[in-house]
Design a protein around this ligand. Sequence first.
Ligand code: AMP
Ligand code: TRP
Length: 342
Amino acid sequence: MTAATHTPRVFSGIKPSGGLTLGNYLGAIKRFVDMQGQDYETIYCVVDLHAITVWQDPAELKHATREVAAGFIASGIDPSKSILFNQASVPQHAELGWIFNCVARVGWMNRMTQFKDKAGKNAEKVSLGLYAYPSLMAADILLYHATHVPVGEDQKQHVELTRDIASKFNKDFKAEDFFPMCEPIIEGPATRVMNLRDGSKKMSKSGESDMERINMTDNAETIAKKFKKAKTDPEPLPESLDGLSERPEARNLVNIYAALSETSSEAVIAEFGGEGWGKFKPALADLAVEKLAPISTEMKRLMDDPAEIDRLLLKGSDRAKEIAEPILQKTYDIVGMIGPAA
Ligand code: AMP
Ligand code: TRP
């Protein structure tokens, strides 16, 4: 089978390491919701095994796992349409991850820019899991023979590595196209949402000041305040997109507006070109509140009943296992392990 003949199947994941941001929403979750309505089988995972590659307080990890699940559901992921579960409930991820640790090469891992950024000068002291992380991510995707992987820009290299792992496995074991060549889907105006105080840095869950990011749990007042205080420059908005090339903060706010209003950055410039921040920022704040406040309210409501979230995740993990287990058993057989598929 080629990737084209594998069932069109979407897989993506989000780490429960701290709260969800506007970057997660626009770069990932909102796009997961769009793909759910199309001709794909959609599988979305709260990747708790990835979160522990850096220290997580156990009680906070449980809370964050439920909160990411609540964020998915509140944004429109329907657990009866998509398979929604947490990674640790499906042990096949870790099992296939081990096999891929034996396929991936150390040299490949050494080239991963996210590892270099996260490890920094401290590379000797970080966990071995942080180093092996991309091979577990490959296992997440390939355990379902997923063909499409919607992610933000920062994950492109990891999806490319997944293709390298699939290709080496297929070649080494003469397994033809057993693992498909998955496509990274990195589309839309907000594949890299930047920090509101420094347009050269990505908006992330961790970071010194809460003013740098919009959290999906922020209330209307906080969302509006953060946009109004976002760093900009003194110039009005340009008349064409080219005029944003040297203005990272301005470009970021235009991209966010475009993604929230489901249009293009060109269309936003066509509407607001020549206007000052006194007009654009309140319009952006209103739009963000209109789109995000209902989600944050719904997340809070869902979080009031954690047992219900756990129940939904468990149900999702049963469905995930039904797809994963035969693929894992076939993989073991291909590798030469004695087991049910041998
Ligand atoms: P993480 O929170 O690192 O697990 O990321 C989960 C998903 O959100 C991945 O697909 C990321 O690429 C995406 N993502 C995280 N931060 C951003 C951002 N600032 N802009 C766009 N996408 C992002
Ligand atoms: N590595 C991704 C991130 O940090 C999260 C992730 C784990 C993922 N497994 C995945 C994304 C599989 C897509 C597919 O954002």
